[in-house]
Write a protein that binds this ligand. Structure first.
Ligand code: NI
Ligand code: MN
Length: 227
């Protein structure tokens, strides 16, 4: 399985000839190296409606004839704007042709329209995280969330994608606690250094995990790892 960091909380995941994208915030993302038109995927997963996650999802979904996979209310928002969609909700899983997606809780908000040129802000249900399983390899994308003890029920997974930016989500110390609960083989920090409010040193996160049985992969936008 190839996991490519696209900056902020956006990742593409490739396995067995299938590619999906999560939280495709590329336009206006100072970290992004890919453009929406470069993205070729068969599904677009979105954790919540905030502009730094919904991002280019509608454009990419339309260009690829790919469904938006997200909580029900957010899928409705997207299909009303012309995309295909597969509504899901927290705790539910579904076997897609490319793999299994299960939605987890995330403690955060979910409104739209905060981006430039967006519609008036509206609430689009609850935010979520995703567990993506393709060919037996599992990845947990936490979305935007604070630490919660039920993370212990999500793992073990092969790879966890965890926010460390603080302010809007977990910071480094809570993300270390999250690793202890989830027990991933590999962890990739996300949602940091995109903006001044979420400035963090990922090397501090790595140092604080030095006694843990986990590989900490700090990857730059455009870089990939194989798990
Ligand atoms: Ni958010
Ligand atoms: Mn965010």
């Amino acid at each position: 399985m190839k996991i490519t960091f696209q900056g902020h909380s956006c990742f593409t995941i490739e396995e067995g000839g299938h590619t999906i994208i999560i939280d495709p915030f590329l336009t206006g993302n100072p970290q992004a190296v890919s453009k929406p038109e470069d993205i070729k995927v068969e599904a677009v997963l979105v954790t919540h409606g905030h502009a730094d996650h919904l991002g280019d999802a509608i454009e990419i979904a339309k260009a690829n004839n790919a469904p938006i996979i997200a909580p029900f209310e957010l899928v409705n928002y997207c299909t009303e704007r012309g995309t295909e969609g597969h509504p899901m909700h927290i705790g539910g899983g579904y076997d897609f042709p490319f793999g299994r997606i299960k939605l987890t809780i995330a403690f955060h908000g979910s409104t739209t329209g905060t981006g430039a040129g967006g519609d008036p802000s509206q609430t689009v249900g609850n935010p979520c995280g995703f567990v993506v399983t393709m060919n037996g390899k599992s990845v947990y994308h936490a979305g935007d969330t604070g630490l919660f003890s039920d993370m212990a029920l999500i793992g073990p997974v092969d790879c966890a994608l965890l926010p460390i930016g603080d302010n809007f989500t977990m910071g480094i110390d809570d993300a270390v606690k999250a690793v202890a609960l989830i027990k991933p083989k590999t962890v990739i920090p996300m949602h940091y250094n995109t903006f001044d409010l979420i400035k963090q040193d990922p090397e501090e996160f790595k140092d604080k995990l030095s006694d843990f049985d986990v590989a900490v992969e700090i990857i730059k936008p455009g870089q990939s790892i194989e798990i």
